[in-house]
Design a protein around this ligand. Sequence first.
Ligand code: E4P
Length: 183
Amino acid sequence: MKLYLDTANLEAIVKYKALIDGVTSNPAIMGMERALQEPRLKAICDTVPTLPVSGEVVYANSLEQICEDARKMASVAPNIIIKIPGNIHGMKAIRILKREGYKLNVTGLMTFKQLALAAQQGADYVSQFFCRAKDAGLDSVREINKAKEFILQNGLKSQIIIGSLRTIADVETALLTRGDILT
Ligand code: E4P
C-alpha cells in the first residue's frame, strides 16, 4: 500500500515528502489554501518532481470542457496526473485523453462497477471515495476488493486510490483492503 498526501499545502508536502509516494488535490482543496490552481500545482510538482501529483479539472459537465481543461493542465509539469470526474462525461473522456498520452486519475467513484468501468477504459488511477460511499450505505471494503479482483483478472494497469478517509479507524480499515494507495 502506497501513501499519498491529499493536500495543496506546501508546508505539509515539504514536511512529509520523505514518507509519501504522491500528492492528490482538487479544486476544493485549492480553495482551502486560497491558492490559484495552476501556479499551486506547478509549485507542488516542483517540490516533489519525482512523485505523481494529481490536479483536478474544474469543469465536470461536458466532455469537451473536461478534455480542454485536461490538456491545459497537462502542461503544468511532467509529473502531473490529470484528475477527471467519474461521471458519464469523464468516463467518455478517458479513451480520448489516453490516446493523447495523458496520465489520468478518475475520481469520485464509489462502486465496484464504477471502478471497473474506469479501469477498463484505461485510467491509470481510479479513486474510490471511501466515506462518501459508506455514507451512501455501501460497503467500501467489498467494492474496493472486487474492483482489484477485476483489474487483476483482466490484466489492467489501474491502481486503486482510496480517498475520502475521515477518521483513524477508516484509515486502519482501508489499509487492510486490496487498494493500492491511500490518500
Ligand atoms: C481524494 O482524492 C479526494 O480529494 C478526497 O479524499 C475527497 O474526500 P472528501 O469526501 O473529504 O471530499
